[in-house]
Ligand binder design. Structure first.
Ligand code: SAJ
Length: 419
C-alpha cells in the first residue's frame, strides 16, 4: 500500500497536467495547482487547455471520477511535484528560477513533517538545493536534508521529465525515470512515489547528477543536430547531397548522425544546453558552439532564399522580386505537431515575408489560422496545394508533404523531403 494518499502538482502545463492525470488514474487524490484561472476552470470541467494526444480522455475520466481537481492554491498533501517553467532571464541565456521560487512560497505554508517535494522542471545544476533552501527559509520549524539531519522532516528530490511532446502519456509510463535525491532516503521515497505508475526502471542517483543528466540528454541531441547542420552547409559548398552522405555514414555500425533542418526549435533542446553553458562557461565549449551553429541555421536558409530570388529574376529579364512567388512548406517546430512556438520554420517565414516584395504562401496542414506576426501571408492546408510557385521552401517534413512530387521551379529543401 502506497504511503501517498494525496499529491499536489504545481504547474499544469505540458508536463504537470499529464503527470497529475496519470497519478489520478492510479486512484490517488490529486490536486493540480495553476496560476492561470482559465486553465483551472477548464480542467475542472474535464477539458484540457493544451494539445496532447489522449490527454483529453484521461483528464476527463479522472476529473469525473473524482480523483483529479484543479485549484489556484496548493493544499496539504503527502507529495508535492513542481512542474513550472524555467525560462531564460534577460538576454544572456541565464536560467530564471523565479517560477520555482514562487512555487516554493506557495507550498511552504501547507508543508508538514513526512512530506516529499520533487522538482520536475528542467533545471540548472544546484536548483534542487536552492529549492530546499527557499523551503527551509520559509519553514524554519521543519528540518530539511541540506541541514544534515539524518532523518529530515521533508524529503527533497529532482526527477526530471524526459517525455517527447506528442508521446507524453506513453513515455511518462514506459520510459526509465531518473530519481535524484538530496539524500538516499529522499531518493527512495521519491522512487516509491513514481513506482505508482512508471513501468520503466526508477534509477536512483543524486539530485545534482539527475539535473545534469537531463541537460546532458538534450545537449547531446543538440550537438548531434549541430553536426548534421554543419555538414549540410559544408556539403552545399562542396556540391554533395548531405542526405545521401548522412545515410551512407550511418551505415557504419558506430555512426548515428541526426538530420539537418532549418534550425532547432521547441522549448527544450534549444534552451537546456545554455543552462550548462551558464554554469560552466569556460568548459562548455562544444555545447555553446552547437547552440550557435543551430541558432545560425535560419540565417543561412534566408541567405539561400535571397540568392534564389536573385537568380530567378536575373534569368527572367524585366522581372523583379515582386514577380517571384514563394511557397513555404511548414510552420511548426517539428513534424506532425501544431506547435508554432519557438519554431525556426515560423521565424524563417516571418523574415521571408518582411524581406520579400512578392507573394508568400505558407502551407501548414496542422493549423487553421495564422498566429499574430505571420498575418499578411496566405495560409493553405495540404489539400489545396498551390504548386505554381517560383521558389519552393521546404521547412518541416510533415507526413502530408512526404508524398508530394518535387515541384518544378527552384527548390530549397531544408529537410531532405525532395532530395
Ligand atoms: N531536430 C532536427 N533534426 C533531428 C531531430 C530534431 O533538426 O534529427 C529538430 C526538430 O525539428 C526540432 C528540435 O530539433 O526543431 C527539437 O525536436 P526533438 O524532437 O529533438 O525534441 P523535443 O524538443 O520535442 O523533445 C526533447 C526530447 N529530448 C531528447 O530526445 C533527448 C524529449 O525526450 C525531452 O523530454 C524534451 O526535449 C524536454 O522536455 O526536455
Amino acid at each position: 500500500m502506497s504511503s501517498f494518499s494525496k499529491i499536489c502538482v504545481v504547474g499544469l502545463g505540458y508536463i504537470g497536467l499529464p503527470t497529475a492525470a496519470v497519478f489520478a488514474s492510479r486512484k490517488v487524490q490529486v490536486v493540480g495547482v495553476d496560476v492561470n484561472p482559465e486553465a483551472v476552470e477548464t480542467i475542472n470541467r474535464g477539458k484540457i487547455h493544451i494539445v496532447e494526444p489522449e490527454l483529453d480522455i484521461l483528464v476527463h475520466s479522472t476529473v469525473m471520477g473524482g480523483f483529479l481537481r484543479a485549484s489556484g492554491v496548493p493544499e496539504p498533501a503527502d507529495a508535492f511535484l513542481i512542474a513550472v517553467p524555467t525560462p531564460f532571464k534577460g538576454n544572456n541565456h541565464e536560467p530564471d528560477l523565479s517560477y520555482i521560487e514562487k512555487a516554493c512560497a506557495s507550498i511552504a505554508p501547507v508543508l508538514k513533517s513526512g512530506d516529499l517535494v520533487v522538482l520536475e522542471s528542467t533545471s540548472p545544476v544546484g536548483a534542487t538545493e536552492q529549492m530546499a533552501d527557499w523551503l527551509s527559509t520559509a519553514r524554519p520549524d521543519l528540518s530539511f536534508p541540506q541541514t544534515g539531519a539524518a532523518a529530515a522532516d521533508v524529503s527533497i528530490a529532482h526527477c526530471p521529465e524526459r517525455v517527447l511532446p506528442g508521446k507524453i502519456l506513453h513515455e511518462l509510463v514506459e520510459n526509465d525515470r531518473l530519481i535524484g535525491g538530496m539524500t538516499t532516503r529522499c531518493a527512495e521515497r521519491a522512487a516509491d512515489l513514481y513506482r505508482m505508475f512508471v513501468k520503466g526502471e526508477c534509477i536512483i542517483t543524486s539530485a545534482r547528477t539527475a539535473e545534469m543528466a537531463k541537460l546532458t540528454e538534450n545537449s547531446f541531441r543538440d550537438v548531434n543536430i549541430a553536426f548534421a547542420n554543419e555538414l549540410s552547409m559544408i556539403c552545399d559548398k562542396l556540391d554533395i547531397d548531405v542526405w545521401e552522405l548522412i545515410a551512407l555514414a550511418n551505415r557504419h555500425p558506430r555512426v548515428n548522425i541526426l538530420q539537418p533542418g532549418p534550425g532547432v526549435g521547441g522549448h527544450c533542446i534549444a534552451v537546456d544546453p545554455w543552462f550548462i553553458v551558464a554554469g560552466t562557461p569556460a568548459e562548455a565549449r562544444i555545447i555553446r558552439t552547437a547552440r550557435e551553429v543551430n541558432d545560425s541555421k535560419p540565417d543561412w536558409v534566408l541567405a539561400k532564399v535571397r540568392e534564389a530570388v536573385a537568380s530567378i529574376t536575373s534569368a527572367r529579364p524585366g522581372t523583379t522580386g515582386s514577380d517571384v512567388k514563394i511557397i513555404c512548406y511548414g510552420l511548426a517546430f517539428k513534424p506532425d505537431i501544431d506547435d508554432l512556438r519557438e519554431s525556426p520554420a515560423s521565424a524563417i517565414v516571418k523574415s521571408v515575408v518582411e524581406m520579400h516584395s512578392g507573394t508568400v504562401v505558407a502551407v501548414e496542414p496542422n493549423i487553421k489560422a495564422l498566429p499574430p506576426g505571420l498575418d499578411g501571408i496566405t495560409l493553405v492546408g495540404s489539400e489545396a496545394l498551390p504548386m505554381d510557385g517560383d521558389l519552393h521552401l521546404m521547412l518541416v517534413d510533415h507526413r502530408q508533404f512526404k508524398s508530394l512530387p518535387k515541384p518544378s521551379g527552384i527548390v530549397i529543401d531544408t529537410r531532405g523531403v525532395w532530395e
